[in-house]
Design a protein around this ligand. Structure first.
Ligand code: HEC
Ligand code: HEC
Ligand code: HEC
Ligand code: HEC
Ligand code: HEC
Ligand code: HEC
Ligand code: HEC
Ligand code: HEC
Ligand code: HEC
Ligand code: HEC
Length: 326
C-alpha cells in the first residue's frame, strides 16, 4: 500500500518535472482520452467537459469545430478572447429564431421535428435550448439520451412553463406521470404536430387507444361521446374526481342526459322531489311544493354507474347492452 503510493507519487513528480522542463512547442501529445480536446477546452473547461461524452462532443475536433457550429466562427476570438467574441446566437444578441436555426442546420431532417414550424412552441418563441440543456450542469457530463434542461423528471421541465398542468398531475387522480411511468412525451410531441394539443396520434382518441386499447371497441352498443372524444368526460392530466373524471355522476351524465326523463316509465317518477304546478302525475295533480309521492328511487338513481357500468360501450345482447347496463 505504502510502497504503491510512494511509487505513484514519484511518477507524478517525475512526469511533472519532465513536462515542465520541455519547451512549450515540443510538449508530447497528451493521453488518448484528451487527444480530441478542442482548443476551446483550455479556457472553457466546463463547457468542454459537459459536452465531451455526448453525441455532440463525439463530433468535435481539435479546432472546436462542433463548438463553433453552435457558437459561430471563433477564429478571431481565439486570438484575442477578451476583445472579440464569437457571433454567439446563445449570447445576449440571440433570439429564439436565430437559436432554433442553429439547431435546425443539423436536425431539420429529424422525423419528429417535421412539424416544428406549425407547433405551438415555435409559434410562441420557445426555442430548442429552452428544453435541451447542451452543457447540463457544470462538470457533470451526461450521456443520457434526452438531456433536458431540468433533470430528472421530464414533467418538471415542462411544468416549469406549464404551471396549470403541473398542478393537475398532483391531483388525487392522475396519470402516473410523477411516478415516472408515463411521460408528457408519451402523449405529446413537444416538437410540434398538426393534431389537437400536439398529441402524437392524429386524434386524441387514437392517442388514448395506444395504451387503453380495450376502449376502442368496436362495440355492438356504443356510447357516442366515448367514440367522439375521451376528454369529454376525462381530464388527461389529473382530477380531484376518481378515474380522472371531469365531474362525478350524476352531474357528469346529466350534462347530456335530461334528469327528468330518467328513470322513465318503469320507475314511474317523472317530476322532481316536489310536485310542480302543471304536473300531470296523478299523485301531484292540484298540489305544488309538496313531496312528490311518485318519487321512489332518486337516491339510487344518482349513482348512474351502479347500473350503467358498461359506460364505454357494451357487447351484451338485448336491452342490457343497449342501455349500457352490462
Ligand atoms: C485563451 C482562452 C480562450 C479560448 C482558447 C477560447 N475562449 Fe471563448 N472566451 C474566453 C473568454 C475570456 C471569454 C469571455 C468570458 C466572459 O465574458 O465571461 C470567452 C467567451 C466565449 C463565449 C461567450 C460569448 C458571449 O457572448 O458572452 C463563447 C460562446 C466562447 N467563448 C466560445 C469559444 C469557443 C467555441 C472557443 C474555441 C473555438 C473558444 N471560446 C476559445 C476565452 C477563450
Ligand atoms: C449543440 C450546440 C452546442 C455545442 C456543440 C456547444 N455549445 Fe456551448 N452553448 C450552447 C447553448 C445552447 C448555450 C447556452 C446555455 C445553455 O443552454 O446551456 C451554450 C453556452 C456556452 C457558453 C456560455 C456562454 C453563453 O453563451 O451562455 C460557452 C462559453 C460555451 N457554450 C462554449 C462552448 C464550447 C467551448 C463548446 C465546445 C466544447 C460548446 N460550447 C459546444 C450550445 C452549444
Ligand atoms: C453540427 C451539427 C449539429 C448541430 C448544430 C446541433 N446538433 Fe444535435 N446532434 C447532432 C448529431 C450528429 C447528433 C447525434 C446523432 C443524432 O442523434 O441525430 C445530435 C444529437 C442531438 C440530440 C440527441 C442526443 C442523444 O444523445 O441522442 C439532441 C437532443 C440534440 N442533438 C439537440 C440539439 C440542439 C438543441 C441543438 C441546438 C442548440 C443541436 N442539437 C445542434 C448534430 C448537431
Ligand atoms: C418543449 C420542449 C422541447 C423543445 C422546445 C424541443 N425539444 Fe427536442 N425533445 C424534447 C423531449 C422531451 C425529447 C424526448 C422525446 C421522447 O422522450 O420521446 C426531445 C428529443 C429530441 C431529440 C432526440 C430524439 C428524437 O426525437 O429524435 C432531438 C434530436 C431533439 N429533441 C432536437 C430538438 C431540436 C433541434 C429542437 C428545436 C428545433 C427541439 N428539440 C426542441 C423536448 C423539446
Ligand atoms: C395521457 C396522455 C397525456 C399525457 C401523459 C399528457 N398530456 Fe397534455 N394533453 C393531453 C390531451 C388529450 C390534451 C387535450 C385536452 C383537451 O383538449 O381538453 C392535452 C392538453 C395539453 C395542453 C394544452 C391544453 C391545456 O390544458 O392547457 C398542454 C399545455 C399539455 N397538455 C401539457 C402536458 C404536459 C406538460 C404533460 C406532462 C406533465 C402532459 N401534457 C401530459 C394528453 C396528455
Ligand atoms: C419555455 C417554456 C415552455 C416549456 C419548457 C414547455 N412549453 Fe409547452 N408551451 C409553451 C408555450 C408558451 C405554449 C403556447 C401557449 C400555451 O398553449 O400555453 C406551449 C404550448 C404547449 C402545448 C399546447 C399545444 C396546443 O396545440 O394547444 C402543449 C401540448 C405543450 N406545450 C407541451 C409541452 C411539453 C410536453 C413540454 C415538455 C417536454 C413543454 N410543453 C415545455 C411553453 C413551454
Ligand atoms: C402511455 C400510455 C397511456 C396513454 C397514451 C393513456 N393512458 Fe390512461 N393510463 C395509463 C396508465 C399507466 C394508467 C394507470 C393504470 C393503473 O394505475 O392501473 C392509466 C389510467 C387511466 C385512467 C384511470 C385512472 C384511475 O384513477 O384509475 C383513465 C380514466 C385513463 N387512463 C384515461 C386515459 C385517457 C382519456 C387517455 C387519452 C387522453 C389516456 N388515458 C391515455 C397509460 C396511458
Ligand atoms: C361519457 C363519459 C365518458 C367518456 C366519453 C369516456 N369515459 Fe372513460 N370512464 C367514464 C366513467 C364514468 C368511468 C368510471 C367507471 C367506474 O368508476 O366504474 C370511466 C373509467 C375509465 C377508465 C378506468 C376504468 C376502466 O374501465 O379501465 C379508463 C382507463 C377510461 N375510462 C378510459 C377512457 C377512454 C380511453 C376513453 C375514450 C375512448 C373514455 N374513457 C371515454 C366515463 C367516460
Ligand atoms: C357528452 C354527452 C354525454 C355524456 C356526458 C353522457 N352521455 Fe350517455 N349518451 C349520449 C348520447 C349522445 C347517447 C346516444 C343517445 C341515443 O342514441 O339516443 C347516449 C346514450 C346513453 C345510453 C343509452 C341510451 C339509449 O337510449 O340507447 C345510456 C344508458 C347512457 N348514455 C348513460 C350515460 C351515463 C350513465 C353517463 C354518465 C356516466 C352518460 N351517459 C354521459 C351522450 C352523453
Ligand atoms: C337502478 C339502476 C339504474 C340507475 C341507478 C340508473 N339507471 Fe339509467 N336506466 C336503467 C335501466 C334498467 C334502463 C333501461 C330503460 C328502462 O328500463 O327504463 C335505463 C335507461 C337509461 C337511459 C335511456 C332511456 C332514457 O330514459 O332515455 C339513459 C339515458 C339513462 N338510463 C341514464 C341514466 C343516468 C344519467 C343515470 C344517473 C342519473 C341513471 N341512468 C341511473 C337503470 C338505471
Amino acid at each position: 500500500m505504502r510502497i504503491k503510493s510512494i511509487l505513484t507519487m514519484t511518477g507524478v513528480v517525475a512526469a511533472f518535472i519532465w513536462i515542465s522542463a520541455m519547451p512549450a512547442q515540443a510538449q508530447p501529445k497528451p493521453a488518448a482520452a484528451a487527444q480530441t480536446a478542442p482548443v476551446c477546452a483550455k479556457c472553457h473547461e466546463a463547457q468542454w467537459k459537459s459536452t465531451d461524452l455526448t453525441a455532440h462532443g463525439a463530433k468535435n475536433d481539435a479546432d472546436g469545430g462542433m463548438c463553433q457550429s453552435c457558437h459561430g466562427d471563433a477564429s478571431a476570438h481565439i486570438k484575442d478572447p477578451n476583445k472579440v467574441k464569437p457571433a454567439d446566437p446563445f449570447g445576449k444578441a440571440g433570439t429564439a429564431e436565430t437559436r432554433t436555426a442553429v439547431c435546425l442546420t443539423c436536425h431539420s431532417g429529424n422525423r419528429d421535428l417535421a412539424f416544428w414550424a406549425a407547433g405551438k412552441h415555435q409559434l410562441n418563441d420557445v426555442t430548442c435550448s429552452n428544453c435541451h440543456s447542451i452543457h447540463g450542469k457544470a462538470l457533470a457530463p451526461s450521456i443520457n439520451k434526452f438531456v433536458t434542461t431540468f433533470r430528472p423528471g421530464q414533467w418538471e421541465g415542462c411544468g416549469n412553463c406549464h404551471q396549470q398542468i403541473r398542478a393537475a398531475i398532483f391531483k388525487p387522480s392522475h396519470h402516473p406521470i410523477i411516478e415516472g411511468k408515463v411521460k408528457c412525451s408519451d402523449c405529446h410531441n413537444p416538437h410540434g404536430a398538426l393534431s389537437p394539443a400536439m398529441v402524437k396520434q392524429p386524434t386524441i382518441n387514437d392517442q388514448c387507444y395506444t395504451c387503453h386499447a380495450d376502449k376502442r371497441g368496436p362495440y355492438v352498443f356504443n356510447h357516442p361521446p366515448v367514440e367522439e372524444n375521451c376528454v369529454t368526460c376525462h381530464n388527461p392530466h389529473g382530477s380531484v374526481h376518481a378515474k380522472l373524471l371531469n365531474e362525478n355522476a350524476p352531474n357528469l351524465c346529466q350534462d347530456c342526459h335530461d334528469w327528468s326523463r330518467h328513470p322513465g316509465t318503469v320507475y314511474a317518477g317523472q317530476g322532481g322531489w316536489l310536485c310542480a304546478p302543471g304536473d300531470t302525475n296523478p299523485a301531484c295533480v292540484g298540489k305544488t311544493s309538496q313531496p312528490n309521492p311518485a318519487v321512489n328511487n332518486r337516491l339510487v338513481t344518482r349513482a348512474c354507474l351502479n347500473c350503467h357500468n358498461a359506460i364505454h360501450g357494451s357487447n351484451a345482447p338485448g336491452n342490457r347492452g343497449k342501455y349500457l347496463t352490462r
